[in-house]
Design a protein around this ligand. Structure first.
Ligand code: ATP
Ligand code: MG
Length: 293
């Protein structure tokens, strides 16, 4: 496909392996100037995506990490009345000019910026349900008014907004309508090999195979309460390399399991399995038809 219209602005970066559907979703959001809502299991690269979209598009990035107490207004601006009171008490600053005490939040800053920027609104589902509703107008119109001064801040360049969610709460339909949506599927082994290569260059291919066989086997255990993710796999490989463990040892058992499993029921189930006579799989064919190589 040629790109005479300049649609394919984002093409991925060396440090982030993006599937074709993910690249398309980013480019749709950039072209439509609408937020991109990204969902997916924890550790599948949602937050990192925003950093790499900014790098790939050559734009600066602003971060807005959402907490349970976050309010939409804080993203726009806060009026620092305490500072103003203090300045008035100690005779400092220009207390007559309220504008000195209007502090823009991440959304306010990207609107006010003279160049187009990327804004990451990370983990939007952490806040209460009103949060996304309260941002609808600002994200649509990319403008807001500062009540205290009457100033209107209008985005000179509509930012590229990337919103992540871990699905802790449903997002309102009116909010979803305004976004481009992408779900990051858990990477299949071939894509995972590329992702691992970004973090651990030129890993021995047979060691990587053994590592991935064990990893996907672990993930396929139904009784597992918390499946290990991409980020845990990367950590696990880092530990395996640091410890200098041999391929043979990884073939036979799962060392340093604390980097992969994060609760006691899961580690207990695994040690019971290892104590029984059953051997761990050491070839893709043992993982069933889905993983035939
Ligand atoms: N496609 C990918 N390419 C390169 N690295 C990746 C990819 N996916 C995940 N990673 C790596 O995995 C780690 C976790 O990624 P990240 O923090 O972005 O996940 P997340 O989806 O935001 O997780 P959470 O939901 O827990 O916040 C990072 O070190 C990141 O570099
Ligand atoms: Mg994240």
């Amino acid at each position: 496909m040629t790109d005479a219209n300049g649609f394919q602005r984002f093409q991925g970066t060396e440090g982030y392996i993006a599937s074709k559907p993910l690249i398309d979703a980013v480019n749709c959001a950039v072209a439509l100037e609408r937020p991109l809502l990204v969902k997916g299991e924890p550790g599948t690269g949602k937050t990192t995506l925003a950093q790499h979209v900014a790098a790939g598009l050559g734009m600066p990035i602003e971060y807005w990490h959402i907490k349970s107490t976050s309010k939409a207004n804080e993203g726009l601006y806060v009026y620092d009345t305490i500072q103003r009171l203090n300045d008035a008490r100690f005779g400092e600053g220009d207390v007559k000019d309220i504008r000195h005490y209007i502090k823009y939040g991440p959304l306010g800053r990207v609107f006010a910026a003279s160049e187009r920027q990327v804004l990451l609104i990370d983990e939007v589902d952490k806040a209460d349900i009103e949060f996304p509703n309260d941002l609808l107008r600002e994200l649509d119109e990319m403008r807001f008014s500062v009540m205290e001064t009457g100033d209107e801040i209008v985005a000179k360049e509509r930012p590229v907004v990337i919103i992540t969610s871990n699905n802790e709460k449903e997002l309102p339909d009116a909010f979803l309508r305004r976004c481009v949506f992408h779900f990051i599927d858990f990477p299949e082994p071939d894509l995972m090999k590329e992702i691992v290569d970004v973090h651990h260059k030129n890993l021995d291919a047979t060691l990587l195979d053994q590592v991935l066989i064990k990893f996907y086997w672990l993930r396929s255990q139904r009784e597992l309460r918390k499946k290990p993710s991409t980020s845990e796999l990367i950590d696990w490989i880092a530990v395996l390399l640091r410890s200098g463990i041999s391929k043979k040892q990884v073939e036979e058992h799962l060392p340093f399991v604390g980097t992969l499993l994060k609760n006691e029921q899961d580690t207990e189930a695994l040690s019971q399995f290892e104590e029984s006579d059953t051997t761990l799989p050491s070839s893709w064919s043992e993982l069933g038809p889905r993983y035939q190589q």
